[in-house]
Design a protein around this ligand. Structure first.
Ligand code: HEM
Ligand SMILES: N/C(=N/c1cccc(CO[C@@H]2CCNC2)c1)c1cccs1
Length: 364
């Protein structure tokens, strides 16, 4: 009863916003009445194709932690709300990766699978991203690969995944829980996963580290929430900002922890932090990431460009009379923060709807 009233309220709030932004969408009062009746009759309601598409774009626009929102209108929406079985979800996720990769000219895409409905939860993808590298834990607790994914690696191995070949960059299978069955794993075809080998623009010693990263970041573990309806499996991708790979994924001590390795390879004095060897290694890894993606013809943005774009987005939204919520601690890049414009200001922390939300962690 309470959540029916809450759903009615959120549905009406979304429909009013939607009709304000999509002038040609017809008479809001009629749609609101029809949706209210559907909620009273069934406990839920179905978005029109255009409500879904625009709602997904609004959710990107409302992502307070996202620096890349200038192009929010360009999101390509794949409406797969009729898909709820694990096999088809896996196949559609592969098709998503192909459409997003586009030979390296990456396109922002979202695929929306079946929503949660009363007594019938929607499907879930257990991977944090469609492409993730395995983290194999040995007897002594040492991890080969990405420690961030050690839990999922152990879990999918328990489901029967044979693993292998045992490199630092083995692509994990997708783990999909169809809306009515247990989680199952599906290997990704090699030709659906675009990867970039990492080389340094000037120093040939870097290549011998054998580093690589995948080109398409596609978040698959968040709910798309539109007008009170939750789409628990709605993988979305953009392109990377180089610092995500160069400053976090490859450099964090609880990830690939490569600063000491790269510093040694570049002959830096690592005897004391005061030589700023970590800072110099960070810059060189980030230069290598940007150089390698450019050389491979894979879209990537740098944190200076992206900072300028985000400030332009703020201007554009102000011009449209819309507030922009943003989270400074996520918007400011992890290296050279104060050398980017986004550092030198504060932000409205309003959280607008529709939005992307993390699944409530049952483990938390
Ligand atoms: C097109 C290029 C894009 C770039 C360069 C970009 C960049 C970023 C970066 C750097 C972050 C912070 C990630 C981190 O620190 O781990 C982020 C967060 C986020 N982005 Fe974007 N983004 C892009 C497109 C998109 C798209 C297409 C969507 C959704 C349709 C999106 C939704 C989000 C969300 C929801 C977060 C926060 C995730 C969380 O709370 O864990 N972004 N983005
Ligand atoms: N470039 C990106 N980066 C990210 C966007 C959202 C989330 C993440 C990963 O967030 C994890 C949780 C905190 N840091 C790692 C990365 C995009 C992914 C999908 C669309 S754009």
């Amino acid at each position: 009863a309470a959540d029916i009233a809450q759903l009615r309220k959120e549905a009406e709030e979304f429909l009013r916003l939607y009709h304000r932004e999509e002038r040609g969408a017809g008479d809001p009062a009629a749609r609101i009445a029809a949706v209210r009746a559907e909620i009273d009759a069934t406990g839920t309601y179905r978005h029109t194709a255009d409500e879904l598409a625009h709602g997904a774009r609004m959710a990107w626009r409302n992502s307070n932690r996202c620096i890349g929102r200038l192009y929010w209108r360009s999101l390509r929406v794949r409406d797969r709300r009729d898909v709820r079985d694990a096999d088809t979800i896996a196949a559609e996720a592969v098709a998503h990766l192909r459409e997003a990769t586009n030979g390296g000219r990456i396109r922002p895409v979202i695929t929306v699978f079946a929503p949660d409905a009363p007594g019938c939860p929607g499907p879930r993808i257990w991977n944090e991203q469609l492409v993730r590298y395995a983290g194999y834990t040995d007897g002594a607790g040492r991890v080969t690969g990405d420690p961030r994914n050690a839990g999922l690696t152990a879990y999918v191995t328990g489901l029967g995944w044979p693993g292998g070949p045992g490199t630092q960059f083995d692509v994990l299978p997708l783990v999909v829980q169809g809306s009515d069955d247990k989680p199952r794993w599906f290997g990704l075809p090699d030709d659906a996963v675009h990867e970039v080998p990492l080389h340094h623009p000037e120093d040939d010693r870097f290549a011998s580290l054998g580093l690589r990263w995948h080109a398409v970041p596609a978040i698959s573990n968040m709910c798309l929430e539109i007008g009170g309806i939750c789409y628990p499996a709605a993988p979305f991708n953009g392109w990377y900002m180089g610092t995500e790979i160069g400053a976090r994924n490859l450099a964090d001590t609880d990830r690939y922890d490569l600063l000491p390795v790269v510093a040694a390879r570049l002959g830096l004095d690592t005897s004391t932090d005061r030589t700023l060897w970590k800072d110099r290694a960070l810059v060189e890894i980030n230069r290598a990431v940007l150089h390698s993606f450019d050389r491979a013809g894979a879209t990537i943005t740098d944190h200076h460009t992206e900072s300028r774009r985000f400030l332009a987005h703020l201007e554009q939204e102000a011009g449209r009379g819309r507030r922009v919520g943003a989270d400074w601690s996520w918007i400011v890049p992890p290296i050279s923060g104060s050398a980017t414009g986004v550092f030198h200001r504060t932000y409205d922390t309003v959280q607008a709807h529709p939005l992307f939300v993390h699944h409530p962690d049952a483990l938390a």
